[in-house]
Design a protein around this ligand. Structure first.
Ligand code: PXP
Length: 237
């Protein structure tokens, strides 16, 4: 069955708005876990704008479901992740000025760095996924770098401004899933998925897990976090 990973970064965004203790990402993660989330995703950004090291330590200690730490390839962050030893890391590109992760990791351009990080994580017994655009050349590079898991960026589909471009983006994602599965990769997907657009992606055969954050946390404001997660889980079934 298609799994659901919930990204709780924006619970920490709210907390950081006042630099206080509330709301706690751990409390949110435990509610997500109880409501059917298969994993919890948290991104330790270089600027620490939301999730902090202390959050990850608590999540690692208290969660029963898998912890997926999203991160860039910055040396300090890689060292922290190797020490933390979460179930999985997802390597993403990171720019200081961006509002959220804007594109996939360019594995062709960063090949040596990606390969070396993958090796270090795999040797430490941490599953490592690469967040990449749904392009065959990126998937080929991911395979060459030693990846066994990829997450396909669904932003091009979610943010499309016309039905034509949405259909085109959807076809690209579908083809990418097919190609990656043929090459025995575990395929996850995410970014920009919401209660309106998720079903089409969820129907693509071969996807292992969808990682969703913003839309679920926003919906939680009105219906509560537990209902927001359950509703999303219901949609992707
Ligand atoms: N997957 C990855 C790799 C991401 O960077 C993000 C955004 O943090 C998501 C999934 C979730 O995207 P969204 O918050 O738009 O659902």
């Amino acid at each position: 069955m298609l799994k659901l990973g919930i990204n709780i970064d924006h619970v920490a965004t709210l907390r950081q708005a006042r630099r206080g203790n509330y709301p706690q990402p751990l409390e949110a993660a435990l509610i997500c876990q109880k409501s059917g989330a298969n994993s919890i995703v948290a991104h330790l950004r270089e600027d620490r704008r939301h999730i902090q090291e202390a959050d990850l330590l608590l999540l690692k200690k208290r969660l029963k479901v898998n912890l997926n730490m999203e991160m860039s390839l910055a040396a300090g962050i890689v060292d922290f992740a190797l020490k933390l030893k979460p179930f999985q890391v997802t390597l993403v590109p990171e720019k200081r000025v961006e509002l959220t992760t804007e594109g996939g990791l360019d594995v062709l351009v960063n090949f040596r760095k990606v390969k070396s990080a993958l090796t270090r994580f795999q040797k430490r017994g941490i599953q490592a996924s690469l967040f990449i655009d749904p392009r065959i050349n990126q998937i080929k590079a991911a395979i060459a770098a030693g990846a066994r898991i990829i997450e396909l960026h669904t932003g091009c589909y979610a943010d499309a401004r016309s039905e034509y471009s949405r259909d085109k983006a959807f076809c690209k994602i579908k083809q990418a899933v097919l190609f990656a599965r043929k090459n025995n990769l575990i395929v996850n997907a995410g970014h920009g998925l919401d209660y309106m657009n998720v079903r089409r992606i969820a129907k693509i055969p071969g996807i292992n897990e969808l990682n969703i954050g913003y839309s679920v946390i926003c919906r939680a404001l009105f219906v509560g976090l537990s209902s927001a997660v359950r509703q999303m889980k219901g949609l992707i079934k």
